[in-house]
Design a protein around this ligand. Structure first.
Ligand code: ADP
Length: 489
């Protein structure tokens, strides 16, 4: 199957969150399964083209934008450790910047940048003579691909047997655009803008809605999230559209690339370890603490509860912020955070680092190497998310024998099972209500097991034995792609 992946992120070249990891591991798995994926990505200014050996091709693509054309050069490289070709679209006015979506605030021409990109992918396929069976678009940035496929390209011999699959990674970011601009750039014109049209939502053009309405099949990144988003609490206003397309909406759980996230082979951590080598895991913790200025004088055995996260409301940071000091006084643990995001939260964590130098380790910023070290070093991993489409970090942390304390939402509900002392099953601690008391009680239960050696080892073994490999998820997507084809026959 020829799979054209249109994405605004892919690891390791351009990553803002889980989307990048997931697209990358899917492409690798599909290639292993004998499919033919190609990836098309904007050529962002920060991509290290020398390190990853990208080269310019001889092709210039001509991209129709409403009433005019724009030009872009095509570059080519490969996804590391795979033969998957990556094509970069060079349009410096749009993409030669330090950010993907903003730096730090959203760029105000994201409508134009991503509508251009969504149209350009068709012109890339044409110039390469790549006949896709599937166009797989991700989140609002490439949602317009679904509309273009069903309009301008529907009779094009290269695309007329091609189905469109749209994956929702996070409904919180919808691409709400000025209608006149968005419909001018995309060429559809204001005649398409009326209440209830496939572009319109609450008086704006809503790219996420456009993707949902035009796609042959819609997937989202966990089965629970695919059910939750049919209700207003989780739908971010799109419950009507999601229910309307309910028969074509499927949850496929994200998978993990265990070639990258596995303590047995991870070169980023201090000492590699496998399922029964908890002493080596402990060495990772000690080393991490030493690197952060702690000495043998400090109580190195204190349980280490950590987070690696974007600092946004979604991740439950406000819930944590109301109670972190209380927890630090009430319970015995050390807290470590690696995160970047909203200023109100970074200010708060700077304050915590200042006030509790022996109990809190705060790294503000984005640091892949440190994230690996933190997964290996920690005892517990905190995810009090208000909503969580899938979440990868709870799966990474479990692989490293680090026990998640999480809210029952989205993918967290699909991947973590509460530990049961009766039968020694389960690999985490969960709470349901989004409130500080339930959260606090989950932390309390987690800290209790830390001092109960047999159960502490059981739960860590259970966590490490979980298998959320991306191969399973890649196979599930192939099934969805086949369904999408059934639909267009
Ligand atoms: P989301 O996509 O909502 O941010 P996920 O759990 O799906 O959440 O994926 C987050 C990804 O980003 C993981 O690979 C995680 O390790 C990484 N990540 C998040 N914040 C940081 C950070 N500050 N430094 C390094 N990696 C981070």
């Amino acid at each position: 199957m020829n799979i054209l992946i249109a994405t605004s992120e892919i690891a390791p070249f351009a990553k803002a969150g889980g989307l990048a990891d997931v697209v990358s591991s899917l492409a690798i798995e599909w290639a292993k399964l004998g499919e033919t994926p190609i990836v098309i990505l904007p050529k962002y200014g920060f991509i290290d083209i020398y390190k990853y050996a990208f080269e310019p091709t001889e092709h210039t693509i001509i991209v129709p934008m409403g009433q005019w054309f724009e030009y872009a050069r095509l570059w080519q490289g490969f996804l590391p450790n795979s033969g998957v070709p990556i094509y970069l679209i060079e349009h410096n006015i749009y993409f030669d910047r330090n950010g993907i979506y903003g730096d730090p605030n959203e760029y105000n021409d994201n409508d134009r940048r991503f509508i251009f990109f969504s149209r350009a992918i068709f012109e890339v396929a044409k110039i390469l003579n790549f006949k896709p069976d599937i166009i797989h678009a991700h989140d609002y940035h490439t949602a317009f691909c679904m509309a273009f496929l069903k309009s301008y390209y529907i009779h094009d011999p290269l695309f007329k047997e091609c189905a469109g699959v749209f994956t929702i990674h996070n409904l919180a970011y919808q691409g709400k655009f000025n209608p006149e601009n968005a419909l001018m750039y995309s060429g559809f014109g204001m005649k398409e803008f009326y209440p209830g049209s496939w572009f319109e939502k609450y008086g704006t053009v809503n790219a996420m809605k456009t993707g949902i309405m035009f796609a042959d099949k819609i997937t989202t990144v966990s089965p629970t999230y695919s059910r939750e988003i049919r209700y207003p609490y989780f739908s971010e206003g799109l419950q009507d559209e999601l229910n309307q397309r309910g028969a074509d909406l499927i949850g496929v759980l994200n998978g993990v690339n265990y070639d990258e996230w596995n303590p047995e082979i991870d070169n980023e951590i201090f000492e590699k370890y496998s399922i029964n080598e908890f002493d080596k895991k402990y060495n990772n913790k000690k080393q991490f603490l030493f690197e952060h200025g702690f000495t043998n004088e400090d109580d190195l055995d204190l349980p280490l509860i950590s987070m690696v996260t974007r600092l946004t409301e979604q991740k439950g940071i406000d819930l944590l912020a109301t109670k972190l000091e209380y927890f630090l006084h009430k319970y015995k643990f050390r807290f470590a955070l690696l995160g970047s995001g909203e200023r109100r939260y970074t200010d708060f964590f700077h304050y915590i680092a200042w006030k509790y130098p022996k109990l809190a380790i705060i790294d503000i910023g984005y640091n892949n190497n440190l994230s690996h070290k933190l997964f290996a070093a920690s005892d517990f991993f905190l995810m009090p998310s208000r909503f969580e489409p899938c979440g990868l970090t709870q799966m990474y942390s479990m692989k490293y024998g680090t026990i998640p304390i999480a809210r029952i939402a989205g993918g967290l509900a699909d991947t973590i099972m509460e530990y049961n002392y009766e039968n020694s099953q389960g690999s985490g601690f969960l709470f349901w209500q989004y409130n500080a008391d339930d959260f606090s009680y989950a932390i309390e239960r987690a800290l209790q097991i830390y001092n109960n050696q047999p159960h502490w080892n059981n739960i860590r073994r259970n966590a490490m034995a979980n298998n959320f490999s991306s191969e399973k998820s890649a196979l599930d997507y192939i099934e969805v792609f086949n369904w999408a084809h059934e639909k267009i026959k």
